[in-house]
Design a protein around this ligand. Sequence first.
Ligand code: SF4
Ligand code: SF3
Length: 521
Amino acid sequence: MFCFQCEQTAGSVACRGKAGVCGKKENTANLQDALTSALISLACVAKENAMNVTEQTHRIILEGLFTTVTNVSFDDAAISRQIEITKNETEKLNRNKSDYKAYEMENIWQANEDIRSLKSLILFGLRGMAAYAYHAFLLGYKNKEVSDFFYQGLYAISQDWSMEKLLPVVLETGKVNLKCMELLDKANTETYGNPVPTTVPLTVEKGPFIVVTGHDLYDLYLLLEQTKDKGINIYTHGEMLPAHAYPKLKEYPHLKGNFGTAWQNQQKEFDHIPAPVLFTTNCLMPVKDSYRDRVFTTEVVAYPEMVHIDDERDYTPVIEKALELGGYKEDTVFTGINGGKTVMTGFGHNTVLSVADKVIDAVKKGDIRHFLLVGGCDGAKPGRNYYTDFVKKSPQDTIILTLACGKFRFNDLDLGTVAGLPRIMDMGQCNDAYSAIRVAIALAEAFKCGVNELPLTLVLSWYEQKAVCILLTLLSLGIKNIYLGPTLPAFVSPNVLNYLVENFNISPISTPEEDLKKILG
Ligand code: SF4
Ligand code: SF3
C-alpha cells in the first residue's frame, strides 16, 4: 500500500506495509487505489461520451471519491462493489467501444515528486469536494460547473502534464470547491433555515438515546422524524454539533444536546456507551469491542460486520438498539475538554452579517483589534494543543471565529464578550468555511480594502481531504498569510511548498506566543 493523504501519515512521509496509521489495511488501501483508477477511467470515457453521461454517472463519481476520504470506509466488500459499479458504468458509457486502458495509480505515486504533489492536491481536493457535493446532491441541489469539474479534474490527473499545466488545475479545484460549498450552504439553509446562535447542553438526559455523528444533516433530519414520540433522545457528536442551530432541526424537542468531542476521542468516549452511534460520514475509527454491537453506518461509510443502513434509510435497527440499551439511568453531566457544561454554535454568515454594522463600528473604534479564524480538523497526533493555547492566550480585544471539529479543543471555554459580541463564534462544520469567506468578503467591502488587508488572520488545522479542498479555495481567492498546522502535508513537495510560501506566504505554526506576536504586531 501507499497512502499519504492525511495529516497523520506514518512518519509524516507515507503509510506503507500492512496498515496505515488510521487502521486502514493494506488490502483496503489497494482497493481504494483500484476504485480511484476506475473513477479516472470513467472520467476519461465520459469526456469522449459526454452525451451519455447521466445523473447516475455523477452519483457514482461522487460516491466513489467520497468513499476514499480518510476514515470513511474500511469495508473491502463495499469498496469492491463500488469498483464493479464504476466499471459497469464505464462500459455503458463507452458505446463506441473506444480503447481505454485502466489507469495505473503507480503513475501518480511513482511520478517525479512535484508532479506527484500537484496531482495529489487535485485528487485529494476532489475527494473532499465530492463529500460536500454528495450532501448537496441528497437534498436535490446540483450545479453543472461543480459536476463537470470532477470529470475535468480526474482527466487532468490521467494526463502527462507539466507542472505549469497542472498548477492552474490545482487552483481551479479550489475555485470550484467554493461553488460547491456555496451550493451546500444553499441546500442546508434553504432546507433547514439559517442557523441561529444556540446554546447546546453537554448533559445527557436519562433514558434511551442515539448519538449521530458526521456531516450529513439529511440523515439527522430523517432520524429525528423516525424517532418522534418514541421516547428516544438524539445527541449530536463531532461535526454534527452545528445541526442544533438550524431552525427546522431545532424544532424537534428530542434533539437534546451534544455528546462527546471530536472524532479522535471516539474510542474513549464510546467505550461501553449505553446507546447506539450512527456514523453518517467520516471520521470513523477502528471499532473497539466495548461498543462494536452499537455502531451503525450509512451512505458510503462502512466497516466490516457493522450494520449498514441502506439508501432507504430505515433506521429501525438503530432505534431498536437504543431501546434495548436504555441509555443512562440518571441525567449524566458531561463537560467539554476545558470543563464547560455547554457549547455554543450557529454563527453562520447570516447571523454574523446581521450585526455587521456593530462589528464595523467596533473595529473602527478599536474595541475589536483582530479576528482570528482558528478552525479546521482535529486529530490524534501531539502538537494540537497549540490551538487550545493559542485561543486561551488570544487577547481580550480579539474575536475567535471557528469551524469544523478542531473547535472542540476550546469551544467550551468562557472567553466573555467584546463589543457586545461573544469572543468565540462557531460558524459550523468544515464546509461552513463558506460562511467565513462570505463574512471576510463583506468586511473587506465595508472597509474598502482587500481581504488580506483586513484585521483577520487564519490559523488552520488540517487532517483529511476536506481540509485540502478548503485550503485550495482560500488560495484560489488569493488569501495570504495563513498559518497551517500541526504539520505540513507530506504530499506537498519542497518546490510546491516554495511556490505556496512565495505566492501566498503560508507559514507553518510555531508557538502560540510567537505566532500571536507576529499576527498582532
Ligand atoms: Fe495513512 Fe492517512 Fe492514508 Fe490512513 S488515510 S493510510 S493514516 S495516510
Ligand atoms: Fe473533522 Fe474528520 Fe476534518 Fe469536517 S470530522 S472536519 S476531521
